[in-house]
Design a protein around this ligand. Sequence first.
Ligand SMILES: Nc1ncnc2c1ncn2[C@@H]1O[C@H](COP(=O)(O)OP(=O)(O)OP(=O)(O)O)[C@@H](O)[C@H]1O
Length: 295
Amino acid sequence: MAIETTTMTKDPILKVEHLSMRFGGLMAINDFSFEASRGDITALIGPNGAGKTTVFNCITGFYKPTMGMITMRQRSGKEYLLERLPDFEITKQARVARTFQNIRMFSGMTVLENLLVAQHNKLMLASGYTFLGLFGFPAYRQASKQAIELARHWLEKASLIDRADDPAGDLPYGAQRRLEIARAMCTEPELLCLDEPAAGLNPRESHALNDLLQGIRRDTGTSILLIEHDMSVVMGISDHVVVLEYGQKISDGNPEFVKNDPKVIAAYLGVEDEEVEEVIEQIEEIEGEQGGTKQ
Ligand SMILES: Nc1ncnc2c1ncn2[C@@H]1O[C@H](COP(=O)(O)OP(=O)(O)OP(=O)(O)O)[C@@H](O)[C@H]1O
């Protein structure tokens, strides 16, 4: 398996070691290891059914892995073994947030309300888990004000501020995707996991998504781990790409390295390694002929 070594030396925020996940007779993930560096955008790619979402589900606590260790190391140096934590603690304590392949939000609530719900834990804490919130207790009032400010901040960043009072379900698809990301950012994560954020977006919306993700990384230092099929997003914004095929890692490195790795080309074209050069030659020939006939 090809590994580009320069990506291995930075400060890791997430370490996945020897991860395996079995569903009955199917080994969906088989001894998979990789690291994501702090402050990086790391992409997890691979053909359909390779096991990407299963890896995400193990990291975010939706599945308990059959084997392996997943370590999240916060900026403070505090470490969490994610495979041992329930999903709500992974968000609350370890500060890992995620979005889903299928958009999940409260479509009848307003855009702003969706971001306030995401801050429910903080508000409950400020209310002392009692009725103090209803009586306007100062600590609760202060926490509510901060929650609204944070929500408005992320609505601005996601270019959704003008839609704050509209029902979330009325937003166009691309805006709903950005709302999900804004909602995840309201939990103030150190690691943001995005499952196919560009799925179903048109090129203009993909471009807006790229800007939002690069802005998040630049302005907050939040590390991003994303599963994505849209190669313009992956190659455009990732610092590091990890490739899965049949539950195993086949390549790991920077976008340029991975893009040119024969194993990756073979996996995407659905051919054996040895056939790659032959297939690439055939493609170049066809492209050459098309170029010739276009004139
Ligand atoms: N809960 C489950 N029960 C049984 N099999 C599952 C379960 N979840 C995933 N699988 C299987 O595990 C394998 C990997 O699936 P997974 O969804 O992780 O792949 P993926 O790379 O995310 O695919 P895609 O790009 O199509 O979303 C597939 O064969 C899938 O059918």
